[in-house]
Design a protein around this ligand. Structure first.
Ligand code: AMP
Length: 170
């Protein structure tokens, strides 16, 4: 199946000049959704102890992949959303800048972590998630994405961990 057929381009969202890759058609398509989860699960079965989902679309895919792998799910969230003690990392976005947080006890160690999000753009978000995992003493097995905007060069911010994407717009 060509997953690209289930990704919709929304021009000028959320700001003029951005072409937003909308994955809601993909999530709504039973076979496309199954293929994504099965692909990630096949790649990481037995290799990770926890999946780390990045807010918010990373939660959707992350929860399904964690379930398929038989491991737990940890969350990286926007500031002020996590109720317990957190570590914070700052990062740059394709559109703006922001911070991310993780619970300081999100996972024990040693812990092999799969960082998961819907899309890799400039790499700032995933780079911050990697920093947070390492702050907690975890090992980043890979950063995995449904979509990579290869022309933005986000991989360059993730040089020290494997990067895996299912669809790459080069
Ligand atoms: P970045 O930090 O630049 O790699 O941005 C990645 C994060 O921003 C991911 O959580 C994406 O969901 C979101 N994002 C950035 N650019 C886009 C885009 N063109 N379409 C959809 N989501 C995007």
């Amino acid at each position: 199946m060509d997953l690209r057929e289930h990704i919709r381009d929304i021009p000028d969202f959320p700001k003029p000049g951005i072409i937003f890759k909308d994955i809601t058609p993909m999530l709504a398509h039973a076979e496309a959704l199954k293929q994504i989860i099965d692909d990630f699960a096949a790649e990481y079965r037995g290799k990770v102890d926890i999946v780390l989902g990045i807010e918010s679309r990373g939660f959707i895919v992350g929860a399904a992949v964690a379930y398929a792998l038989g491991v737990g799910l940890a969350l990286v969230r926007k500031p002020g959303k996590l109720p317990s003690d957190t570590y914070v990392a700052e990062y740059d976005l394709e559109y703006g800048s922001d911070k991310l947080e993780i619970h300081s006890d999100a996972f024990g160690h040693p812990c092999r972590v799969l960082v998961l999000d819907d899309l890799l753009a400039t790499g700032g978000t995933a780079g911050a998630a990697v920093q947070l995992v390492r702050k907690l003493g975890g090992e980043v097995v890979a950063c995995a994405f449904i979509i990579e905007l290869g022309f933005l060069g986000g991989r360059a911010k993730l040089v020290d961990c494997p990067v895996h994407s299912l669809v790459n717009y080069e």
